[in-house]
Design a protein around this ligand. Structure first.
Ligand SMILES: [Zn+2]
Length: 85
């Protein structure tokens, strides 16, 4: 099923439009000393796609109620902030 708008939304909320220089994702932090911007952008794009795939898998588990997979979901938040779920 084509879900181009939802896919675009997921990429946006996972940082696809953030330039690597301003991004704090794991790939951008790890490649901060990489002088080639294209390489940094490629690493950033792969990180974003990985995050989107993770969200889709997580949503799939939630929507189907399939409990065959045993997963642990951790959410990292900034120190001093409060999150309720
Ligand atoms: Zn990044």
């Amino acid at each position: 099923m084509e879900t181009s708008k939802f896919d675009k939304f997921l990429r946006q909320i996972m940082g696809s439009e953030i330039p690597p220089e301003a991004c704090k994702c794991a790939a951008c932090v790890a490649s901060v000393n990489e002088p080639n911007r294209e390489i940094r952008q490629d690493l950033h794009d792969k990180e974003v796609e990985g995050l989107v795939e993770y969200l889709l898998r997580l949503y799939g588990y939630c929507l189907t109620g399939d409990v065959r997979a045993h997963i642990l979901i951790l959410k990292s938040v900034k120190a001093g902030t409060v999150r309720a779920y």
